[in-house]
Design a protein around this ligand. Structure first.
Ligand code: 8DG
Ligand code: MN
Ligand code: MN
Length: 384
């Protein structure tokens, strides 16, 4: 085909689940600008706007080169007027006024601080801000009653807002593995979430647990949790029972997006020795400080880490693995593709074909992509 102008416009397929998006890409400045606006929209409980900005960012992440002119963006999907204005601002001026003023705004800063508390979502944060609460100090002084999750979130605030490293994730993986095989020999633990996509840091660690014999995994979570509690590994945990079987009674209904696996949202107590010794030898704190130890107040030999545990029957494992690997946008786009392009309903439990009126089985992620008529995308390229 002929190239009709000097500027060759990029081309990208419409759905993020049709693209290979590695962690490293060529447009981090632009994608970061749009991601910040997405985050601000999500924190403001405007999910529609949030998704629009996330989709725009995911298009830029998929481009083969750095964007240098607006003409290159002609015909690309998911770039609305608002996103294009932000991109133009960055290309023309090196930064977007809207992004910079959002970052500086009191509301954004307060939303970040308050939703930084585990157990506090956008709605709760907005309510507190409307009462004039912008800081942790103001929250504590307000006398608001916090639920158990929020109390733990506040208590471990600094730890939980410090990114989890891959080394820490692996150390926790060993503990979870030990707990799981102690209570059910033969059970298997898989690291999911961002770490499975190759991220080197995350806000939590996600694990999926199963057993190769269907049914053996039933009731596993409470046993794993009580093993972990007994060994002193848990600072907080909230276990939820599997509710999928109960809701499946009656006529076949398409699975919903909310999954119903047996799961546990927890806060782990991770000893620092295992991963931190190399970086921080015992006497390093006195180096160059004139012998004055500058360790932070409340220094302790452990840190708190958010961990999500999910148990899946082996028959649903491939769907659960796909659903818990993310990214969140990649998952959303998979479900949108399934619904709009294939008349199918995808969840972390199953894939239902509305035309055939039946569930489609799959023993691997590859089979699910094949059912959906999509090219297989490995986890490391699902970083939409
Ligand atoms: P991060 O932790 O490094 O920030 O990134 P992440 O690992 O990609 O995000 P995540 O919030 O831990 O979510 C991992 C995947 O789990 C994501 O694709 C969505 C999926 N997921 C479900 N159900 C639920 C749920 O109820 N809560 C959360 N947080 N994630 C869920 O399938
Ligand atoms: Mn995660
Ligand atoms: Mn998680």
């Amino acid at each position: 085909l002929q190239v009709r102008s000097e500027v060759v416009a990029f081309s990208v397929p419409s759905y993020a689940c049709q693209r290979r998006i590695a962690l490293d890409h060529h447009n981090t400045v632009l994608a970061d600008a749009l991601s910040l606006l997405a985050e601000n929209a999500e924190l403001s409980d405007e999910d529609g706007r949030g998704v629009a900005f996330r989709r725009a960012a995911a298009v830029l992440k998929a481009l083969p080169r750095q964007v240098t002119s607006m003409a290159q963006l002609k015909g690309l999907p998911c770039l609305g007027g608002h996103s294009l204005r932000v991109i133009k601002d960055v290309l023309d001026n090196g930064a977007s006024d809207e992004v910079e003023s959002t970052k500086r705004s009191e509301r954004y800063k307060a939303l970040k601080v308050l939703t930084g508390i585990f157990g506090v979502g956008a709605k709760t944060a907005a309510r507190w801000i409307s009462e004039g609460i912008h800081t942790l100090q103001q929250l504590q002084a307000s006398g608001h009653t916090l639920n158990r999750a929020q109390q733990a979130g506040l208590e471990h605030y600094d730890d939980l807002n410090q990114p989890v490293t891959k080394a820490e994730a692996d150390a926790i993986g060993e503990i979870v593995e030990k707990a799981v095989v102690s209570v059910l020999p033969g059970a298997q633990v898989t690291l999911t979430g961002g770490f499975r996509r190759g991220k080197l840091a995350g806000h939590d660690v996600d694990f999926l647990i199963t057993h190769p014999e269907e049914g053996r995994e039933e009731g596993l979570m409470p046993k794993v949790v009580s093993w972990l509690v007994k060994q002193g590994f848990l600072l907080y945990q909230k276990t939820t029972r599997n509710s999928y079987l109960e809701s499946k009674d009656g006529p076949a209904q398409p699975p919903s997006n909310i999954d119903r696996f047996e799961r546990c949202f927890s806060i782990f107590k991770l000893e620092k020795q295992a991963t931190k010794q190399a970086e921080m030898p015992e006497d390093s704190c006195s180096f160059g400080t004139g012998g004055l130890c500058r360790r932070p107040a409340g220094h302790k030999p452990w840190r708190a880490v958010r961990v999500d545990l999910v148990v899946s029957p082996v028959s649903q494992f491939a769907f659960a693995l796909l659903g818990w690997t993310g990214s969140k946008l990649f998952e959303r786009e998979l479900r949108r593709w399934a619904g709009y392009e294939k008349a199918m309903s995808l969840s972390s439990h199953a894939l239902y074909d509305n035309n055939q009126g039946r569930y489609l089985r799959a023993a691997s992620e590859e089979e699910i992509f094949a059912h959906l008529g999509l090219e297989y995308i490995p986890p490391s390229e699902r970083n939409a």
